[in-house]
Design a protein around this ligand. Structure first.
Ligand SMILES: O=C(O)CCC(=O)C(=O)O
Ligand SMILES: [Fe+2]
Length: 336
């Protein structure tokens, strides 16, 4: 039977390391990725203290006066770094002719401690390793974000190893394709807008993510993440204490020849009567392989006639193609 809701999967047996435990988790993950493209993970090994620290430092940042936040404004349209204000972006723009701006503000970083070599700094690297910008006035902010990025990167590597087992590949198949990743970490703050909303305006309009996988630290405040299941119904991602929501993106769907699905999702507004002092804040890690990793249909995912639906493409070119498609409200470009 096809899953129509988002399952919760305990990663404990994978990390215990027995072949049975690994096989069990790989099977559950395979089903989730095929049926609904989303899963909630528990026993992921990320310290709660780190998550809580990044959460509260981010809250401090979003509470700064606008002039302070503007000091770390996004440096240029092609660099997903720094601050973007409410309604400056629209995630569903790539799916609709015109969409109103999303009711969120965000702060983004890319890889930290980038080596000064040709791979990372030469022309082929484009804006993938652009420098980060940091708010100077919040103590411990930079360190916490860098630590969280690394923790997410480790968790994503474990998830990719589970994916490899699910896809009948060697467990380490993806390792050398994600060791110079071009991932992004982004905190999203969704203020409670009351009635100050345009027709059709949402916290985040319906969209799919671009990369290999996304790891979301959700928030339990009203107005949350919803997923469109294969029946076409919007279902909420369950909130589980100390969990992360994980979803696969367009790149993974392409890598699996559409056997796994990159699912449409959105963040809905809270009910009008909900507490205006409870804005939602989520922390989102968009995992993206090395820019030169070739995304070529995996052998276990070919069609029955042995064919692939898509030609090979590099991770960097794939991301660029999404980038060009998506224009933000107000005319600049944005990557989800
Ligand atoms: O805030 C969330 O829960 C998810 C946001 C999202 O889907 C995105 O930014 O791509
Ligand atoms: Fe998303």
């Amino acid at each position: 039977m096809q899953l129509q809701h988002v399952p919760t999967i305990d990663l404990g047996p994978y990390f215990e390391g027995t072949p049975e435990g690994k096989a069990l988790v790989a099977k559950e993950v395979d089903r989730a990725c095929k049926d609904i493209g989303f899963l909630v993970i528990t026993n992921h090994g990320i310290p709660k203290e780190l998550v809580d620290r990044v959460y509260s430092l981010s809250r401090k940042f979003f509470n700064l006066p606008m002039a302070e936040k503007r000091k770390v404004d996004r440096p240029s349209p092609d660099q997903v770094r720094g601050y973007s204000a409410v309604a400056e972006e629209s995630l569903s723009y790539s799916l609709e002719e015109a969409a109103p701006g999303d009711l969120k503000e965000s702060f983004s970083i890319g890889p930290t401690d980038v080596p000064e070599d040709d791979y990372h700094r030469g022309p082929a690297a484009g804006p993938h390793f652009a420098p980060n910008v940091w708010p100077e006035s919040i103590e411990g902010f930079k360190e916490a974000y860098a630590e969280y990025f690394d923790a997410m990167s480790d968790l994503a590597r474990s998830l990719m190893r589970i994916f490899a087992l699910s896809l009948k590949l060697d467990e380490h198949f993806f390792d050398d394709k994600i060791d110079k990743e071009i991932s992004m970490l982004r905190t999203l703050s969704y203020p409670n807008m009351g009635t100050n909303i345009e027709e059709g305006q949402m916290r985040a309009g319906a969209h799919t993510d671009y990369g290999s996988l996304t790891i979301v630290k959700p928030d339990n405040s009203p107005g949350g993440l919803q997923v469109c299941n294969q029946n076409g119904d919007w279902v909420s991602v369950p909130y589980v204490e100390d969990s992360f929501a994980v979803n696969i993106g367009d790149l993974m769907m392409r890598w699996t020849n559409d056997q796994w699905i990159s699912t449409l999702h959105r963040v809905v507004n809270p009910p009008m009567d909900s507490d205006a002092s409870a804005p939602r804040q989520s922390i989102v890690f968009f995992h993206q392989p090395n820019y030169d990793a070739m995304i070529e249909c995996l052998p276990s995912c070919l069609d029955e006639d042995g064919k692939a639906k898509y030609p090979a493409v590099s991770s960097g070119d794939h991301l660029k193609s999404k980038f060009v498609k998506q224009t933000t409200f107000g005319g600049t470009q944005e990557v989800a």
